[in-house]
Design a binder for this molecule. Structure first.
Ligand SMILES: [Zn+2]
Length: 170
């Protein structure tokens, strides 16, 4: 019922404009009829007043009705455009978020790959510290290669969650 309100306002503006035009034309016709029916015995000025009023309604009435509808029509257009802009920005936000998420995931994979390389590389000395990230809270932690090789599980000092070191070795 209130969907697409911008288009409804635009239609309302058009309808009101046409109603205004039709009413003005009807009033003009009434004026012309009254003018023609005015008895010639009556004052001539009354006849011409009806005539002039008729012309005024016929020409100026539709013009003002048309111009008057601009504001309402423009308002409808404004609502439409802002709805489109909101939709587009929402969509580009979604695309951006998805892209960032993918990049984040890729970086995480890359980091994990690097850690795995260090742990499994026999050329790296066993007391060498390797930086890892807690899989639960992403905290930066540092353990020697020996500790990572020997311990199957590590408890994160940041979040107290336990995680398997095989997470980095697979
Ligand atoms: Zn943690």
């Amino acid at each position: 019922m209130f969907d697409n309100i911008g288009n409804k306002i635009k239609i309302l503006a058009k309808v009101l404009c046409w109603i205004g035009i039709v009413l003005c034309v009807i009033v003009a016709m009434v004026m012309f009829v009254l003018s023609s029916q005015t008895d010639s015995l009556q004052m001539d000025s009354v006849k011409s007043k009806f005539l002039w009023c008729g012309f005024a309604f016929l020409i100026l009435g539709p013009l003002f009705s048309w111009i008057g509808s601009f504001v309402l029509y423009g308002f409808g257009e404004l609502i439409n455009n802002s709805a489109i802009i909101a939709q587009q920005s929402n969509r580009s936000n979604q695309i951006y978020n998805k892209k960032m998420e993918e990049q984040h995931k890729k970086e995480k994979e890359q980091r994990k790959e690097n850690i795995r390389g260090q742990i499994l590389d026999d050329n790296v000395s066993e007391d060498c510290y390797i930086d890892i990230q807690c899989p639960h809270c992403d905290a930066d932690l540092s353990y020697t290669r020996y500790e990572l090789l020997q311990n199957e599980f590590i408890v994160c000092p940041n979040c107290d969650e336990q995680f398997s070191t095989s997470f980095f070795k697979e």
